[in-house]
Ligand binder design. Sequence first.
Ligand code: GAL
Length: 339
Amino acid sequence: MRGFFCLFVSLFILVSCTKHQNVMKLQGDVWPDTKGNVINAHGGGILYHKGVYYLYGEFKGDSTYLLESVKTWECWRADAGGVSCYSSTDLMNWTFEGMALSVVSEDTTSDLHPSQVIERPKVIYNRYTKKFVMWMHIESPDYEKAHAGVAIADSPTGPFTYLGSFKPNGQDSRDQTIFKDDDGRAYQVYSSEWNKTMYVSLLNGDYTKPSGIFTRNFEGEYREAPAVFKSKGTYYMITSGCSGWDPNVALYATADSMLGEWTLKGKICTGKDADSTFYAQSTFVFPVTGKKQTFVAMFDRWNKTDLDDSRYIWLPITFHRDSLEIAWKEEWSTDFKMN
Ligand code: GAL
């Protein structure tokens, strides 16, 4: 009887603990926000500010069409809906904060007109200017423009004021990310020269322009979808190959400093569908605040014929002595007790 009682108590404790664990289990499924609406934040990135995680992403219009005038590749697109923002304190429950950067529907010549392309937005905070700075990929519908766009705001949720777009360092800027280092320097990392070369460009003091100092990396390797992070003094970059909306194998690279030299190391994903990056493409890596050497890698599982129904895969990164690994997990705990 006593044994049965102990078993009952243990089971009760186990069930209560499990209940309070935050388990990420919607890999590749529809992610609802706290109101039950589908999270629409693709090619996104995270900013952690004053105890809150902010997720920014491409808000994709709800009809997808093939741009027949583009003959060289399958130009599936959805109208640009601006940059959405969601907030969370536990990485599980995301509250929609509205559009951080809105489209400009009334001006057909604006970069932010729905007929244009707004991709891969990322936000960092500048503690000197006290501004939140957003960088994004701005495109013409046929993806020939290859500009970087910049916007600033006083609050993490916006509204962001658009400053315009340009070719940073005089070169194409397509898939891109922003990385702020511990010393306050920030960098834009972008696929350039028709995606042949990855540029790492130091930004100016207010983070709104290139400083003019940059390096060219992975020349001729056609890497895109860069996601950069730093652990124990080493810089890491996850990238995809170049196959449009279709998946390919993710590789990672390392460097001792942001400005290089960057060395491609090899594959990073393991487990089911690792060679297609779990049918997804990298977009961002963020450190989990308060946990040592704990990083989450974010991927987009694109659905090219129904782009706003593209899904999200988020997975923790495992550090081995000489390598990195992102193992497929159906579910894992955001308390970082791995399942
Ligand atoms: C991908 C890129 C996406 C989007 C897409 C368009 O290669 O990573 O962000 O631009 O091409 O086909």
